[in-house]
Design a protein around this ligand. Structure first.
Ligand SMILES: Cc1cc2nc3c(=O)[nH]c(=O)nc-3n(C[C@H](O)[C@H](O)[C@H](O)COP(=O)(O)O)c2cc1C
Length: 411
């Protein structure tokens, strides 16, 4: 199944076949998709949202009016990121709302906001399914290119026999795969595909090591996840990606060659060498600010009770790029533990960046080693955009979309 790094919105309504939706969510996550569940209030009477939250590894959207602090309404944010929107199971009621453009809860509002393919898997009592109004609504949606998975015939949960049973999880997943494949092969580019075609993107990732002696070094907790996610997303959007990486705890992104470095000095030299032939630089690495003033060529013995290690400052890579910048778009990260926005704003100016991605590394679900991040984007035009907690891959795409719009504005 082709779900790796796809963002899927899974709508869940109040149908008795709701348990199959848990299975769909689970299979999607196992196949590498980013799954965001949106439930109707009636669906929550049948299954606890917590079950979907744990399985999808994301918060469940239930209500538009109490969903976080982001400036962007949650239905628009989700809708903008989705590759596919599917409702499993789709009740007669929700089908009716969609057919008439009604947007009176989170799910139906997301449905009218998405600009990706929509797939509905209806499930209901046979008489409900045959009802002329329900059939009229289904026909109206089909006429608008909404995809359907026809329900099956057989024993229904309500004790009846007839057509209305939710199709199998396998069929649902296969149909989703087919739709995504069809979308990929469409000649019109999607919002992501190809928007970085012909662009040279340099990404730094991971932690550097500053050696004290042959066996010991100073480093930090950076895992490389954020940088690798950015490199992968940029390549998927058509960029020519160069990834300069310190140590990382995650596997290398597929199809991207990594230039490995150990120390901040090595990273500095590698980045500056490549800078002239780069259009966008995204500095997601965590290079050490200081290194031991002296490297001891033999393992230091523990003879003394205390040991003082004089440190000296490493070159500031971002600052050097900011000073040399000509046509390049420079994106830096500000990993902070306090006064996040003030520090990020100062860094933006001091380093002559175009965009700062600020994150509070102490916040739960953000920062080093986490699979998710919570970031605020500050650009050189004074815009400040707070994003909700999202997978690092999703955050990567939002950053790249922002960079594309900054580059367009520059022209
Ligand atoms: C136990 C139970 C099972 C239900 N199963 C279904 C179903 O399979 N399909 C359906 O269309 N409606 C079913 N309904 C009715 C819907 O829950 C009802 O029409 C509700 O308004 C749908 O709301 P929603 O679309 O906002 O989730 C069921 C209701 C109950 C109480």
């Amino acid at each position: 199944m082709e779900f790796r790094e796809r963002t899927i919105i899974l709508g869940v309504t109040g149908g008795i076949a709701i348990h199959k939706s848990l299975d769909v969510a689970s299979q999607l996550v196992k196949s590498g998709a980013y799954v965001h569940v949106v439930m109707t209030e009636n669906a929550t009477r049948l299954v606890q949202p917590l079950q979907f939250q744990v399985i999808s590894r994301n918060p469940v959207l239930l209500n538009l009016f109490n969903a976080g602090t982001d400036w962007k309404p949650p239905h628009i944010d989700l809708a903008d990121r989705a590759d596919l929107f599917t409702i499993v199971p789709a009740t007669a009621n929700t089908i009716g709302k969609l057919a008439n453009g009604i947007a009176d809860d989170a799910l139906s509002t997301v449905a009218v906001s998405v600009h990706c393919p929509i797939l509905l898997a209806p499930a209901m009592n046979g008489h409900m399914y045959q009802n002329p109004f329900v059939q009229r609504n289904i026909d109206a949606l089909k006429a608008q290119d909404i995809h359907f998975i026809e329900p099956e015939s057989g024993d229904l949960a309500c004790g009846y026999e007839g057509t209305g049973r939710l199709n199998t999880v396998e069929t649902i997943l296969q149909t989703m795969t087919d739709i995504l494949k069809g979308r990929d092969s469409e000649s019109t580019p999607t919002k992501r595909a190809g928007d970085l075609q012909g662009t040279r993107v340099l990404v730094t990732a991971g932690a550097t090591r500053e050696y004290i002696d042959p066996v010991r070094f100073i480093t930090n907790r950076s895992s490389g996840k954020m940088g690798y996610a950015i490199a992968e997303a940029a390549a998927q959007r058509g960029a020519e990606v160069r990834l300069i990486s310190g140590t990382a705890t995650v596997p290398a992104p597929i199809g991207i060659e990594i230039q490995g470095v150990e120390t901040t000095l090595e990273m500095h030299d590698a980045v500056l060498k490549a800078f002239g032939e780069t259009d966008i630089v995204i500095m997601a690495a965590a290079p050490a600010d200081y290194r031991p003033r002296e490297f001891t060529p033999h393992k230091i013995k523990k003879t003394n009770d205390t040991l003082t290690l004089p440190l000296e400052k490493n070159p500031d890579i971002a600052q050097a790029l900011g000073e040399q910048k000509t046509h390049q778009t420079l994106v830096c990260f500000a990993a902070e533990t306090n006064d996040l926005l003030e520090n990020a704003q100062r860094k933006l100016i001091r380093k002559n960046c175009d965009l700062i991605v600020a994150n509070d590394i102490l916040a739960e679900g953000a920062g080093f080693q986490s699979d998710t991040n919570i970031v605020t984007l500050l650009d050189r035009h004074g815009t400040c955009e707070q994003l909700p907690r999202a997978s690092k891959r999703d955050v990567a795409d939002v950053i790249l979309t922002k960079v594309v719009s900054l580059k367009t504005r520059k022209k």
